[in-house]
Design a protein around this ligand. Sequence first.
Ligand SMILES: Nc1ncnc2c1ncn2[C@@H]1O[C@H](COP(=O)(O)OP(=O)(O)O)[C@@H](O)[C@H]1O
Ligand SMILES: [Mg+2]
Length: 265
Amino acid sequence: MIAKNKTRIQLPGDQSNFAIAVQHLTVSYGPVPALLDISVQVPSGKLVGVIGPNGSGKSTFIKSILGFVKPDVGKVELFGEDTSHTKDRVAYVPQRGTVDWDFPITVREVAAMGRYGKRRWWQDLKKEDYAAADEALEKVRMSEFSTRQIGQLSGGQQQRVFMARALTQNADVLLLDEPFAGVDAATERAILDVLHETKENGKTVVVVHHDLATAAEFFDLLLLLKQRLFAFGPPRQVLDPELLADVYEGNLRVFADLAQSMRSS
Ligand SMILES: Nc1ncnc2c1ncn2[C@@H]1O[C@H](COP(=O)(O)OP(=O)(O)O)[C@@H](O)[C@H]1O
Ligand SMILES: [Mg+2]
């Protein structure tokens, strides 16, 4: 029997190690809340996948951690501080196709923009900032496009440049919204390697992910959302067929994906 409206799995833990603490968070755009009474504590140094059906509030959850949306109720803290004070500790890679570039700026300049947080606005970016940008572009395998205008890249390539920009920020928390959507296998590998390396450097990485088949393989922890928080914990616990049946309401595609992931893990 599924306990409705109860988060079934939650990590116990030591308060001091949490990167992100969400308490009773409710966010609405209209009459129906996109997120309802979410409470969760994300430990630092983990690679966390946020899963759930379309419209389940995944992007809203990420935007709440960024402080981009105002809660109706509840609060979000990063390292014990309100999100209004933590802007320079988070980096964000938006969902693909949500940014429209119509002004001329090169790939290298976009990547270097991540360094602005480290500079006063009247200072120009310095040699070391461009060095950081070049290093990040190398990591996301976009070096060869460094002098290209950002508007002349495919959606997937643009997204890798945003990732490079996020890396140059060297933030403590890295948030990515569906970075694997529509990328080829080589790009997927490149992104995953970067996320792992970021985690190994002690950062906390939170990734919206729509593919249950790869969720167990990619992430240390999974957070299952559908307006409410249904589960948060190790993939083997969260990818529970009964729980998923409840959240995805019998979507057959999801079960095919899951069966595949169980076979391959
Ligand atoms: N800017 C917005 N204005 C109005 N409704 C929104 C807005 N953004 C999201 N929503 C609604 O909030 C719900 C959650 O959306 P979202 O967080 O984007 O879900 P997901 O990323 O899981 O697909 C959906 O019902 C969506 O239509
Ligand atoms: Mg979304």
